[in-house]
Design a protein. Structure first.
Length: 311
């Protein structure tokens, strides 16, 4: 029995010395400036209803925190009581409440609840695809503009951790999560867990979190991933970012675990951010799949990962 049930990831927070440069990059990446709360924090949103999904505070560059959304204030109070902390007002557009915690590696983890959702912005509906077997577009051309991708929502965060067993116990106890894929080393040790939310019969992303041990590396943020509207949108966003001279890392390809089409970029301070589309969705009945490192790092098509990706 967990203290709460996370229903989705809510936002990620970074620090950076130049908020204007961060804003310019994030615009090119496909995020929009959120409502200004007047507290000096740069907040960006997607086209979906979350009031913001990416925050930057002024300071030395680095990953600061991630937040998960829970359903009720009662769950928030239970989380706060368990860690001897309290439910606090959440600053930023949408308001709401927050419980601030630290996981076994010291990552700042926040549970949020009760924020007022924003009006969704228009999302491109996508032009139908013709395949050899099925023609869904006749008498209609397809024209894709080269412009920033249309990010709809934050999808997942990957964290390097020092002790997967301790990390999983901490997060599962607080947020009632499920393991979609358990990745093992040849020796049988758990190297990585792909984790989804438990929303009963509602299908959710294959992974909202991933914890991984990167041999020789300290526990550190690996990447945050944002869902774009479709494959054409991802590819147009790739071209736009490339033409603007941003740092590309890996893609475009299709992962094996989670199946999503991926494209990885770096922000001006090296934080790894992913565009993705067309991922797997599972409800709570799907069993845990046990697999290996080769499968985790492989892709179904696209280039091989760069050598430093798993570090
Ligand atoms: Fe990812």
């Amino acid at each position: 029995m967990s203290l709460s049930k996370a229903i989705d990831i809510a936002s990620v927070r970074f620090s950076a010395p130049d908020l204007q440069a961060m804003r310019a990059f994030l615009h090119d990446f496909g995020l929009r400036v959120a409502e200004d709360a007047g507290d000096g924090v740069l907040r960006m949103r997607g086209l979906g209803p979350a009031p913001f999904i990416h925050e930057t505070v002024q300071g030395d560059a680095g990953f600061v925190a991630l937040s998960l959304r829970v359903s009720t204030l009662a769950e928030m109070q239970t989380l706060a009581d368990a860690d001897g902390t309290r439910v606090e007002p959440l600053s930023g557009p949408g308001g709401g409440h927050v419980v601030r915690m630290r996981d076994p590696d010291g990552y700042r983890v926040e549970a949020v609840c009760g924020d007022v959702q924003a009006s969704p912005l228009p999302t491109p509906s996508g032009c139908p695809w013709n395949s050899a077997a099925r023609q869904d577009r006749t008498g209609q051309t397809k024209r894709i503009s080269t412009e920033p991708a249309h990010i709809v929502r934050l999808g997942h965060v990957v964290l390097g951790v020092s002790d997967i067993t301790a990390t999983w116990a901490w997060w599962q106890q607080r947020f009632g999560l499920l393991v979609s894929d358990e990745v093992r080393t040849p020796d049988g040790d758990v190297a990585s867990l792909f984790i989804r939310c438990d929303r009963g019969t509602t299908a959710v992303d294959h992974h909202t979190l991933n914890f991984a041990r990167f041999p020789g590396s300290p526990a550190r943020f690996h990447h945050a991933a944002f869902e774009v509207s479709d494959l054409d949108d991802l590819m147009a966003g790739n071209r736009f970012l490339a033409e603007r001279g941003h740092v590309h890392e890996w893609g475009v390809g299709r992962h094996i675990l989670g199946s999503q089409v991926f494209d990885y970029w770096r922000d001006p301070w090296g934080h790894r951010l992913e565009h993705w589309t067309d991922g797997d969705l599972f409800d709570a009945n799907a069993p845990t799949n046990v697999t290996d490192m080769k499968t985790m790092m492989g892709c179904q098509w696209g280039p091989a990962p760069p050598g430093n990706f798993a570090s």
